[in-house]
Design a protein around this ligand. Structure first.
Ligand SMILES: NCc1[nH]cc(CCC(=O)O)c1CC(=O)O
Length: 309
């Protein structure tokens, strides 16, 4: 039977789903058809922070639960930290580049942009890190599909924009990046650049097919990054960044996790790291979140402390 792959209709989502569909065809010989699903996030152009969590995801999950599609591909970083009931992330394919990219008019790099440069980005995490550079850049709100963002840059609304390098690459527009940003300057969002392939928990046959697409190192890295996010996320949409990398250590592969929290104005920036084994990925993430909290992350995250506990 033909497998139904639910996808958003944006060019980025179609590219991501197309790649996964082809990988499933190649590995299993099964037919895969794309079924377009419109999400709340696609319908609205309001700032993401005002729309709530899961705006790009809920409609796809509803279609999975209702058996209208068999599996779905999400940008992992768009997923709420809570796993949906009755569904499972059956595969996390290999992630190629988690970093952010700068696209600037005139081919400029971050270092070459003048003070006051207007930099388009809607993400608090990126705004805070731009501010933390102390270069008096002017971050301005920017939303929309990757193509829309690039068009607004070309039209002169901004001097530069910041967006995920993976998104540019998947649209065949990586050549337009004028700099791929070093994570020391711009630590990416947890799970940025990774895909989540989701299906029904009780669909054992499909789970087994999809498991062939899973990449062990990417899964460990994403697990650590997302565990950090979940542990810190005390009901806030605060600027949290995390990046885990896997390197060969003396006793096998090791995970190196960096995490950071910022106040929106960039005045408070806290960056810490931890290492551990792949099997401990989730605990590495939680432990780093606790470290961040001990060093004052709550100051940035706006957590209310009860003065009379
Ligand atoms: N929030 C929107 C979104 N979700 C996933 C990506 C890019 C691809 C990815 O990170 O996997 C983007 C655009 C961006 O951040 O520039």
């Amino acid at each position: 039977m033909t497998l139904r792959l639910g996808t958003r209709g944006s060019a980025l989502a179609m590219a991501q789903s197309g790649t996964v569909a082809q990988a499933v065809r190649d590995r299993t010989g099964r037919d895969v058809e794309l079924v377009e699903i419109v999400t709340t996030g696609d319908r609205s152009s309001a700032p993401i922070q005002t729309l709530g969590v899961g705006v790009f995801v809920s409609a796809l999950r509803d279609a999975l639960v209702a058996n209208e599609i068999d599996f779905a591909v999400h940008s992992y970083k768009d997923l709420p930290t809570a796993q949906a009931k009755g569904l499972v992330i059956a595969a996390i394919p290999q992630r190629h580049d988690p970093r952010d990219a700068l696209v600037a008019r005139g081919g400029l790099t971050l270092n070459e942009l003048p003070a006051g440069a207007r930099i388009g980005t809607g993400a608090l995490r990126r705004i805070a890190q731009l501010n933390a550079l102390g270069r008096r850049f002017e971050p301005l709100p920017l939303r929309g599909n990757v193509d829309t963002r690039l068009r607004k840059l070309a039209e002169g609304e901004f001097d530069a924009i910041v967006l995920a390098h993976a998104g540019l690459t998947r649209l065949g527009r990586a050549g337009e990046a004028t700099e791929v940003l070093d994570p020391l300057l711009m630590l990416p969002a947890p799970a940025q650049g990774a895909l989540a392939v989701e299906c029904r928990e009780d669909d054992a046959e499909l789970r087994e097919l999809l498991a062939a697409l899973d990449d062990e190192y990417t899964r460990a890295a994403v697990t650590a990054e997302r565990a950090l996010l979940a542990e810190l996320e005390a009901g806030c949409s605060a600027p949290i960044a995390a990046l885990a990398e896997v390197a060969e250590g003396d006793d096998g592969p090791e995970i190196y996790l960096r995490g950071a929290v910022f106040s929106p104005d960039g005045g408070f920036a806290l960056r810490l790291s931890r290492t551990g084994t792949l099997a401990d990925a989730a605990e590495v993430g939680r432990a780093l979140a606790r470290d961040l909290r001990e060093e004052g992350a709550d100051n940035a995250l706006g957590v209310q402390h009860d003065p009379h506990p």
